[in-house]
Ligand binder design. Structure first.
Ligand SMILES: [Ca+2]
Ligand SMILES: [Ca+2]
Length: 247
């Protein structure tokens, strides 16, 4: 291989890039607004709020920010949004699928004016969240306002949100092999897919016309880390479980 000036270049090799940032945010937990994985139309500025750091600003309607989250348990969560603004603001908190399609809107909080761009106030709401590893989006619906952070705390475990996944997955964490087993109500096609925290599908298999799942996967080629395993049944029901690969 030669470069434009005629020097011979070394062949490229693909190497793992070490990322020092966590690839997801734990819920319950506090998420700094500036720690998004992707944003559109947003700028950062230093904040004079308690604790310092940065806040997001220059928000306009339809600007958005995405965050990868791992929700530890089904439950009712209190969300505190730390905002400052000259006028009222609002957003939709959305849940995205692996292709960034909006699956649902968790809630649509609005925030009162605080009298200044660095006059900070905490706005508190309760929402229901399902456990799992997925992406949330803050979609701005009324602007401008500034946000410093959001803090999720677990109010109660909600047993009503049943996890009726008929398929067991083990061992988890996995050292390189993974088994899925379970009995279904009737014969159907079952699709099993594994996604990484970027939402990219890294493995999939469809088992046709079966009432019993007994599958073994070799996941030893996947890098250590967090994944989500999605099982889609013939009736469209989908179950997601977090998988940790640790070799
Ligand atoms: Ca903007
Ligand atoms: Ca912040």
């Amino acid at each position: 291989m030669k470069s434009a000036d005629g020097l011979t270049l070394q062949a490229f090799t693909l190497e793992d890039v070490l990322n020092t940032l966590p690839d997801f945010h734990n819920i319950p937990g506090k998420i700094e607004a500036e720690d998004y994985s992707f944003q559109s139309g947003v700028e950062l500025e230093n904040t004079t709020d308690v604790g310092g750091g940065q806040n997001i600003g220059y928000l306009d309607v339809n600007d958005y920010l995405d965050y990868n989250v791992f929700v530890a348990v089904n439950g009712i969560y209190q969300i505190e949004y730390r905002t400052a603004s000259q006028q009222a603001g609002a957003l939709d908190l959305q849940i995205l699928d692996s292709l960034d399609n909006v699956i649902s809107t968790v809630h649509s909080p609005s925030f009162s004016a605080t009298g200044g761009w660095q006059n900070w106030a905490t706005n508190t709401f309760n929402v229901q969240l399902l456990e799992g590893l997925y992406k949330i989006r803050l979609k701005i619906t009324q602007a401008p306002f500034n946000m410093n952070w959001m803090d999720f705390s677990l109010m109660s475990n909600t047993k009503e949100i049943k996890n009726d996944n008929p398929i067991r997955m083990f061992p988890n964490p996995s050292r390189g092999r993974l088994k899925l087993e379970g009995n279904l109500d009737n014969t159907q096609n079952v699709r099993i897919a594994i996604y990484n925290t970027l939402g990219q599908q890294v493995l999939s298999k469809t088992v046709e016309n079966t009432a019993q799942i007994q599958e073994q996967f070799d996941v030893s080629h996947l890098p250590n880390g967090h994944y989500i395993v999605t099982t889609t049944l013939g009736n469209g029901k989908q179950f997601s479980k977090q998988l940790v690969i640790m070799k």
